[in-house]
Design a binder for this molecule. Structure first.
Ligand SMILES: [Zn+2]
Length: 225
């Protein structure tokens, strides 16, 4: 689970969300050179009910929030290795800057999203406006969960099957509504998973995940179930 690629602005309150571009490049190079394969959402969903074969080296790379830095700093590196990834977009923030958390980070523009989609990058919903879903009434929740899906499907001209909970927060009501509209959902809970579900855990990536740590996390993910 990545968020932003590059160097944080000096006064940024979100330094923990950045993965420096060089670090990201080293990580992708490592994956490539060690035979890891990135999976598309479709593969992830269709293989979810089968047991994971021994020595499986499939990995799902995700980016939450849809920051422009995924395009400007990350996309070229992914393309270099023919890797795919899933970018979770906040539907109401496309073409704008980040409107939540009083942040000013630029968000992907529609043409950048379409270019990445044509190159094989998958997109999912990260809600309509990045609100804390557990606090919303039914009507507001519908806008965040179902409304965002409609906007993104219109933008990309294809079905949006995946959802990532803003702040990783959900309860049974939220999860139930997500289940009605999507095939899979990601949480921010730390860990790995090979089962289909609506709260898939991920491994948080940030500036602290230097290559030896990254390699250890991969090893741990492959050996701990
Ligand atoms: Zn988010």
């Amino acid at each position: 689970m990545y968020h932003r690629i590059g160097a944080p602005a000096r006064k940024s309150r979100f330094k923990g969300q950045y993965t420096p571009e060089k670090m990201f490049a080293r990580q992708m190079k490592y994956l490539f050179e060690h035979g890891y394969q990135t999976v598309s959402l479709r593969d992830l969903i269709s293989s979810a009910e089968q047991p994971t074969p021994a020595g499986d080296k499939r990995i799902c790379i995700t980016f939450d929030d849809g920051y422009e830095s995924v395009y400007t700093h990350g996309f070229g590196i992914l393309q270099k290795y023919n890797f795919t990834a899933v970018v979770f977009l906040v539907a109401d923030c496309i073409n704008k800057t980040c409107l939540w958390d009083k942040d000013t980070e630029p968000i992907l523009r529609a043409e950048q999203i379409r270019e990445m989609a044509e190159a094989g990058i998958d997109f999912g919903s990260h809600s309509f406006s990045h609100r804390l879903l557990v606090e919303l009434d039914t009507e507001e929740l519908e806008k965040e969960v179902k409304g965002s899906k409609t906007v993104l499907e219109e933008l990309l001209g294809k079905q949006i099957d995946s959802f990532s909970y803003p702040y990783g927060a959900f309860n049974e009501t939220v999860k139930k509504m997500v289940q009605q509209s999507y095939k899979v959902a990601f949480s921010t809970k730390n860990g790995i998973s090979d089962i289909q579900g609506f709260a898939l855990p991920r491994i948080d990536m940030n500036k602290d995940k230097i290559l030896p740590v990254f390699i250890y996390l991969l090893w741990e993910a492959r050996h701990k179930k």
